[in-house]
Design a protein around this ligand. Structure first.
Ligand SMILES: *[C@@H]1O[C@H](CO)[C@@H](O)[C@H](O)[C@H]1NC(C)=O
Ligand SMILES: *[C@@H]1O[C@H](CO)[C@@H](O)[C@H](O)[C@H]1NC(C)=O
Ligand SMILES: *[C@@H]1O[C@H](CO)[C@@H](O)[C@H](O)[C@H]1NC(C)=O
Ligand SMILES: *[C@@H]1O[C@H](CO)[C@@H](O)[C@H](O)[C@H]1NC(C)=O
Ligand SMILES: *[C@@H]1O[C@H](CO)[C@@H](O)[C@H](O)[C@H]1NC(C)=O
Ligand SMILES: *[C@@H]1O[C@H](CO)[C@@H](O)[C@H](O)[C@H]1NC(C)=O
Ligand SMILES: *[C@@H]1O[C@H](CO)[C@@H](O)[C@H](O)[C@H]1NC(C)=O
Length: 633
């Protein structure tokens, strides 16, 4: 009898043990399946097999060039989209004095709209209006965010901070006032119009100058005249975001992807400003005055083959208009800011010779008192400030960002490093040829999208984004000028950027990127590459895997900060590149105001030529290892 019971118990016990074993086995199995995408061993192995990521299984491999859908993908037309078309030569030494015009893009984006009837447009529209009407929207968002965070846990967080990044997105002062976040944008707009003082907005009010239409709207209306090579009418659509990108090969996420032109930041920023929470119609309440002039679109019409008076005419009319406004007198323009969506060298013509490049917008006395935000600033000037290039991703909800971040965390990256770009045989100091040669020599580890080759893949966002998503490191050497849009595309793809000149990012995007550049990027001095005594592959290979993981996590956490949200909507808790830029401007203005009150005549007491150093370190006294990079001889 007892034996029987014991026997039974044994059987049960065996069963329980077996079941337990099976259970743990399955659990472990799934766990490893999920985390394999992040497994550093997989990163470096020659793993060309199919991905474990179900989302990835439909992906077209870049190097295969075989799937039909790709060939039908619209040509995004502008060669500018990934490889910057820069017309700046000798920028390092003589600023704008030697800038030559290059043959611009000639292809058009004809096909872009053919692929538009995939239903995304309407779906998106609905979701936007839902958001406005739905009072409980915030709750919904919070709920989905919870799910998102849980998923991160299940899929194996290798970095304790990861989930923290997920659940506690950068909530900062301006947005945690519950009264504001609960308000719908429509209510908020009404608030701004009736000038009800919102206490959470004190010190953050922005007044937008109502410029004559010729400074902005008319330029868009006459979009045909903006470029002889690119159909700017397509790129100015969707509030400056451009046409929606079709997602045949699932390189992008479902919503929020556009064929954005790198030079449309001034339009995007202006529209984004319409969603700013603390707008005022009463300029005497404002802490800063926004000037919505489309400086880049204006000057681009005259960069090639026009005389200087044509190039300067818009800028001169603008500053005259500004100077005559009562708002100017308050701080002599020091509280004014605007966006110039081209690199600073297009606005810094030193002489009045027609052979010289660009306009002189940034050198006008009025402009010297303003803050001009631009995609590349001058290290030697202190009236311009760099903010990120626009990328292709313009989400309208926080959740779209979180989902994209998670996808980039799981992404399998089979290339150690990659490069999209062309050589610059005419630029003496360029290291592009060396970079390309090194990449070609590291055949198995490096993926190259050669913008000189005939395939033209380099100009299609789908190929570039796919390549960056498959790479651990993305090389970002200077081109015709220091910066590249590509650096932001690579951050967006969770690819750790490798810079070769501190002017390419470290002294530029001080509001948006961490001060400690080693946290999110690798620096290999261009001098060493030129000398030929450094191997990129070996340098990158030497970086410990845990360090790579930490850097990538940092890069992915930067994604919300370097993207511009869809201006037709508004993110709930995240600060996008626009929010961070406005915050930066407000801080700058208040510092100047304080100094003016204290009787300091000027907002800076250092040699302007050392602006890069002052902005970076807050002092120009000490010697710095980057001095040689910015020496002006
Ligand atoms: C731009 O791309 C077209 C092909 O679409 C090519 O013929 C042209 O040379 C490219 N322009 C530049 C500046 O690379
Ligand atoms: C604008 O704001 C100022 C200072 O806050 C106030 O004195 C003035 O009455 C306001 N003007 C209007 C038209 O509301
Ligand atoms: C386009 O070409 C015409 C004629 O050559 C020229 O007058 C005009 O300035 C050009 N436009 C742009 C935007 O380059
Ligand atoms: C500059 O070009 C415009 C248009 O081609 C012309 O009307 C104007 O007279 C020129 N100005 C000078 C100073 O040459
Ligand atoms: C620029 O600001 C200074 C004061 O900081 C002022 O004296 C000067 O007149 C301003 N320039 C213009 C063009 O308003
Ligand atoms: C740079 O400028 C100097 C003088 O301004 C000139 O002699 C040199 O040829 C220029 N270099 C290039 C690559 O254009
Ligand atoms: C390359 O050479 C320079 C000096 O010639 C040296 O400072 C630098 O450290 C070298 N780099 C490597 C990786 O050896």
């Amino acid at each position: 009898m007892e034996r029987q019971i014991i026997g039974k118990c044994r059987k049960q016990l065996t069963f329980v043990v077996l079941f337990n074993f099976l259970f743990w086995f399955l659990l472990l199995y799934f766990y490893s399946e999920f985390s394999v995408g992040k497994n550093p061993i997989a990163l470096f192995g020659n793993n060309f097999g199919n991905s474990d990521n179900p989302q990835e299984s439909n992906f077209v491999h870049l190097h295969e060039n075989s799937l039909e859908p790709n060939t039908q993908l619209p040509d995004m037309g502008n060669n500018q989209s990934n490889e910057e078309i820069r017309d700046v030569k000798n920028v390092t030494k003589t600023e704008s004095s030697n800038i030559r015009s290059r043959n611009w893009d000639t292809s058009t984006a004809k096909n872009v709209f053919q692929a538009e009837d995939d239903g995304f447009e309407s779906v998106h529209q609905i979701s936007v209006s839902e958001k406005e009407l739905e009072p409980d929207n915030n709750q919904m968002q919070a709920h989905s965010r919870d799910n998102e965070a849980k998923f991160v846990e299940v899929s194996g967080s290798e970095n304790g901070e990861e989930s923290e990044n997920e659940v506690a997105p950068n909530v900062n002062g301006n947005k945690n006032a519950p009264t504001i976040t609960k308000q719908s944008s429509r209510e908020k707009k009404r608030g701004a119009e009736s000038d009800v003082v919102d206490r959470s907005c004190l010190g953050r009010y922005v007044y937008v100058h109502d410029l004559p239409k010729k400074f902005n709207e008319d330029l868009l209306k006459n979009c045909r005249s903006l470029s002889n090579w690119t159909d700017m009418c397509e790129f100015t659509s969707n509030l400056g975001l451009g046409p929606r990108l079709p997602n045949f090969v699932k390189v992008y996420s479902k919503y929020g992807w556009f064929a954005t032109n790198q030079f449309l930041l001034e339009v995007i920023f202006h529209n984004r400003m319409k969603q700013y929470r603390c707008l005022t119609k009463n300029s005497s309440m404002a802490s800063a005055i926004f000037v919505p002039y489309y400086a880049g679109l204006d000057v681009a019409r005259y960069l090639w083959g026009s005389n200087t008076s044509m190039r300067d005419s818009g800028s001169l009319q603008l500053v005259k208009w500004l100077r005559e406004k009562p708002e100017w007198k308050k701080m002599w323009g020091r509280d004014h800011f605007m966006v110039a969506g081209r690199i600073t060298w297009d606005f810094r013509r030193l002489t009045d010779g027609d052979f010289d490049w660009g306009s002189k917008l940034m050198l006008l006395p009025e402009s010297r008192n303003m803050t001009i935000l631009t995609i590349e600033s001058s290290p030697w000037s202190n009236n311009d400030y760099a903010i990120p290039y626009p990328t292709y991703f313009h989400p309208s909800k926080d959740i779209e960002v979180f989902q994209w971040q998670n996808r980039m965390r799981r992404q399998k990256r089979r290339f150690l490093f990659s490069f999209a770009g062309a050589a610059r045989p005419n630029l003496q100091d360029s290291i592009r040829s060396e970079i390309i040669a090194q990449c070609q020599a590291s055949r198995r580890k490096c993926k190259l999208l050669d913008c000189d080759s005939h395939s033209n893949k380099c100009y299609k966002p789908v190929f570039v984004m796919k390549m960056f998503q498959s790479s651990v490191f993305c090389l970002q050497p200077a081109g015709d000028s220091y910066t590249r849009r590509s650096a932001f595309d690579s951050i967006l793809a969770g690819c750790i950027p490798v810079f070769f000149h501190p002017g390419s990012a470290y002294v530029q995007y001080l509001w948006h990127l961490p001060k400690d550049h080693t946290k999110y990027s690798v620096f290999i001095p261009a001098f060493d590459i030129k000398k030929g005594n450094i191997s990129i592959e070996r340098t990158l290979h030497r970086i410990p895997k845990h360090k790579i993981r930490a850097m990538r996590e940092e890069v992915i956490s930067l994604i919300p900060k370097v993207i511009y949200a869809d201006p037709s909507s508004r993110l709930e808790t995240l600060d996008d590149a626009f929010d961070i830029a406005v915050k930066g401007v407000l801080e700058r203005v208040s510092r100047v105001e304080r100094e003016m009150r204290e009787g300091k005549s000027s907002s800076f007491d250092y040699l302007e030529e050392l602006s890069w150093k002052y902005n970076l370190l807050g002092t120009v006294q000490k010697e710095h290892e980057w001095d040689p990079f910015f020496a002006r001889t």
